[in-house]
Write a protein that binds this ligand. Structure first.
Ligand code: SF4
Length: 164
């Protein structure tokens, strides 16, 4: 059975920067959870950041690939550089996926770690820009397909291709 890496906050775990969760009530996720497919993971907590913590954004809204290459940093709203923690969390996510034979993930859209289509633009003004988070970028570099929580139909279609 294919297992799916999933953002822990979508599963109701209170790991977000504000101390809350972003629990998804989607029926597909509920089905996959009941089937025992889901492997919850929070890269920011695994990277060593506390809950709660200051919000963080990639400088310039540059995207996760730029962070992986050293071209951009991840900065917290208090000005501190949290790049190392984000990189560590992304590597831990990849290590878990590899050791578990995971080939796909459902991650929280908009996050500087988990975002797939959009992230915040680095100004802390609540503005989004197209781009991926650090964990998403690293997973996809390794061939692991990442779907946002708003693209579960696409994730289900991909799951079917993996299982046929
Ligand atoms: Fe959720 Fe990912 Fe942010 Fe952790 S890093 S709180 S799993 S969006």
């Amino acid at each position: 059975m294919e297992r799916i890496l999933v953002s822990a906050c979508l599963m109701g775990r209170k790991v977000r920067y504000d101390g809350g969760a972003k629990t998804s009530s989607d029926a597909l996720l509920a089905t996959w959870r009941a089937e025992g497919r889901l492997v919850p993971f929070c890269p920011e907590v695994e990277g060593g950041l506390p809950v709660p913590r200051p919000a963080a954004e990639i400088e310039g809204g540059a995207g996760g690939a730029a962070v992986l290459s050293g071209a951009a940093r991840v900065l917290a709203a208090d000005g501190s550089d949290v790049t190392a923690a984000f990189l560590s969390g992304a590597r831990s996510a990849l290590a878990l996926a590899r050791s578990s034979g995971i080939r796909m993930a459902v991650l929280k859209e908009g996050s500087p770690s988990c975002g797939g289509l959009s992230i915040y633009d680095g100004t802390f003004q609540g503005r989004r820009t197209p781009g991926q988070g650090v964990t998403t970028a690293l997973l996809e570099l390794d061939g692991i397909r990442v779907f946002g929580e708003g693209r579960l139909d696409d994730a289900a279609a991909y799951l079917r291709t993996l299982e046929t």
